[in-house]
Design a protein around this ligand. Structure first.
Ligand code: FES
Ligand code: FE
Length: 444
């Protein structure tokens, strides 16, 4: 692990935190190569990072290629059933040992000189071993691997820092909300196939920043969807009754009121789905959240995992369907990221419903999703502003919405769950807290 940030970085970050306290943000964050390198060293090698869903690798030998920061790993279920995250780089000359995106293998054989590794990562042999490597200490030459891999509600996270806190501690109070979203049925959830992926000409933090709390953009950026009735049911201020939930650690949720009449039930699920849920799996306060008509539209778990659950009506010509997406913002240099998008479904729900929800989700978000096209075009504005000398000399971006005296944004005192919860969506609390965590992490 590298030492503390150098002097000029430290100065920038101290300045950044003073600005943030006033709701101001330097545009430098959207493109800076030094900050990007610092993120790789201080965020992606230290935080718990989402790498996939348990349903992607159900049986021993199943594997998929995944990323932490810009490093490629093999996420594999080994012969003992344990999930391993193996760095996809041969210990001999550094060639990737696995070239396929997914598959099933008991071993990985490097194509260059033929070294072989078990799917646990252990070194397992080399051509001509007796003549070439008789004295090689096999135990020392296994693939490098993430020291920590753990799951929560079917979501797999990995951490490259041997000293890290547990995943449960890292997620903290976010667990209360993840239980509500993913813990309603003993049969759990699965993802529908492989994630869609595509390149966006923007910085990865744009996605995290948007999904952690930006309900404010819907009425303007997605206005064309309001005009064609795709966002029907959002209410008078086009916010869907949304609000913010901020928990420790920079994780944030966009809560909302569910609005469909009976027979639709909790989180706007139809009877054939919500009848498969077992609310006794939740504690009384979590049940109250659902029974009072609350749900969640979005979240970001720091650093780069986000979530979206459908707005009240995603297609005016179809009955409403709740679609659920996991979204990840994978950095590819400071001015580009790869967007990964998984559709999540309940294993207990009828196939027909899951298929319809999948189709609705792909229509909204994905390479040709009608929401996605709006969002990614707007986010592409970040890097050109960040690299502008003029912008760096004259601009600070505004993150003041909802600060003291700025509007009618307030913190609720009567909330049944953990975290700080706002009375309206017209604030940047969640975003400011995400950026506070980002800067704390870079300074640590
Ligand atoms: Fe893998 Fe030589 S680089 S065996
Ligand atoms: Fe959007």
């Amino acid at each position: 692990m590298t030492g503390s940030p150098n002097g000029s970085m430290q100065t920038f970050l101290s300045e950044f935190q003073k600005d943030l306290a006033q709701g101001l943000l330097s545009p430098r964050v959207w493109n800076d190569p030094d900050l990007h390198q610092a993120e790789l060293e201080r965020i992606f090698t230290r935080c718990w990072v989402f790498v996939g869903h348990v349903s992607e690798i159900p049986t021993p030998g199943d594997y998929v290629l995944r990323y932490i920061g810009e490093d490629q790993f093999i996420m594999v279920r080994d012969e003992q059933g344990e999930i391993q995250l193996l760095f996809n780089s041969c210990m001999h000359r550094g060639s990737p040992v696995c070239r396929a995106e997914k598959g099933n293998a008991s071993h990985f054989r490097c194509p260059y000189h033929g070294w072989i590794y078990k799917n646990s990562g252990d070194w397992n042999g080399a051509p001509q071993r007796a003549r070439a490597y008789r004295k090689l200490d096999a135990a020392a030459w296994g693939l490098r691997k993430a020291p920590h891999v753990d799951t929560y509600q079917g979501l797999i996270f990995a951490c490259l820092d041997p000293e890290a806190v547990s995943l449960r501690e890292y997620l903290g109070d976010a667990c209360w909300y993840l239980d509500v979203l993913f813990g309603l049925s003993e049969q759990g959830t699965s993802v529908a196939g492989d994630p869609h992926r595509w390149i966006v000409p923007s910085n990865w933090k744009s996605g995290a920043d948007n999904f952690v709390g930006d309900a404010y953009h819907v009425q303007s950026l997605h206005q064309s969807l309001l005009e064609i009735d795709v966002l029907k049911g959002l209410g008078q201020d086009n916010s869907g009754g949304s609000f913010h939930i901020a928990v420790e650690g920079g994780h944030g949720f966009i809560g909302g009121r569910r609005s469909l009449p009976e027979p639709w039930g909790i989180m706007d699920y139809p009877p054939e789905v919500f009848s498969t849920f077992d609310l006794d799996r939740l504690d009384p306060s979590q049940r109250k959240f659902l029974e009072d008509g609350y749900g969640m539209f979005g979240f970001t778990i720091f650093p780069n995992l986000s979530f979206f659950q459908s707005l009240p009506n995603s297609d005016p010509n179809e009955p409403p369907r709740v679609f659920t997406l996991l979204r990840q913002w994978q950095p590819k240099g400071p001015e580009k990221f790869e967007l990964w998008n998984w559709s999540v479904q309940w294993n207990s729900a009828p196939d027909e419903y899951n298929q319809a929800a999948y189709t609705a989700g792909v229509g909204a978000f994905g390479p040709s999703g009608i929401f996605e096209q709006d969002d990614t075009v707007a986010w592409a504005g970040g890097p050109p502003t960040g690299r502008s000398v003029f912008a760096r000399q004259t601009m600070k971006l505004n993150y003041q919405m909802g600060m003291d005296g700025m509007g009618d944004y307030a913190i609720r005192t009567d909330w049944m769950g953990p975290g700080e919860v706002s009375t309206s969506p017209y604030g940047d609390m969640n975003q400011r807290r995400w950026w506070q965590r980002w800067s704390d992490q870079l300074m640590s």
